[in-house]
Design a protein around this ligand. Sequence first.
Ligand SMILES: N[C@@H](CCC(=O)N[C@@H](CS)C(=O)NCC(=O)O)C(=O)O
Length: 270
Amino acid sequence: MVVTYPPTSNNADTSAQAAVLDAADSTYSLLYFDTQGILNPTRNLLVLGDATWTQLYPQDWENEDQLDKKSTPFEVMPVLYVHAKDGSLTIPIAESRVIELYLAEKLGFLGKNSYERLLITSFASSTASPWDTFISTVASIHVPPEAKQAQLIHFLTKIAPQWIRVHEEHLKANGLNGHYVGDTITLADLRTAALIDLIQKFPPGAQLLTPEATPALLMVKDAVDNHPKIVNWRASELYKSQRSSRAVPLLPAASCVRLNDRQGNKSGGI
Ligand SMILES: N[C@@H](CCC(=O)N[C@@H](CS)C(=O)NCC(=O)O)C(=O)O
């Protein structure tokens, strides 16, 4: 049985859970593989927002007893655990996009008002589309290797160029300042920086992004890459211990990471 949420029927009082989610002094732990992948924007949000957080790894995800899987709401990771400051209550948040949105809102990366929030979430959602296509085709374990080459070509010749063209225009319209909205990093910028990282991993993809053709997109990536908090994060032992993909051989685990235990997994390691 998967871990389920407490009942909310019969007018159950959920204000204690909401208070933990909303509290400025909550702490976090993030359950995921030792890879960057889809968590690139999430970890950047935690770092940029000065959150207090630890990384948790599943003890043995593929284990036959499936205890790790079943400790999560949907038998997949990531899960963000939000802990009350006094440790009295932990709220699990499942689904990567929900986690991103929660953190972006709470830590101040969704703009100054509802209009800016709308723009930022639209840009971020548009960037999620090519990302999701890549994950469900080229990066999927369910797609046979012989089909992946054609899907990668499609991604690099059709999907990525269209996204690049459209987003370059939006960024130029905001004044070519390295941001989609306003003049600070938002969730939209973080998603774009992650997608550019992915596209640039492939030499034909890297050629799509040049200072002449795509100055605006490269300015977004530069603003993220050169932010002092991101620079510090990338120099950390934890960041360096994370692989770019699960296909890369295991690296030594960072000593600052508390590995989950079976009991702790259910409450995010607390
Ligand atoms: N819709 C979910 C998908 C999560 C997902 O597919 N997670 C993968 C890793 S990226 C996973 O846990 N795979 C292991 C498994 O399915 O056993 C989300 O966005 O969080």
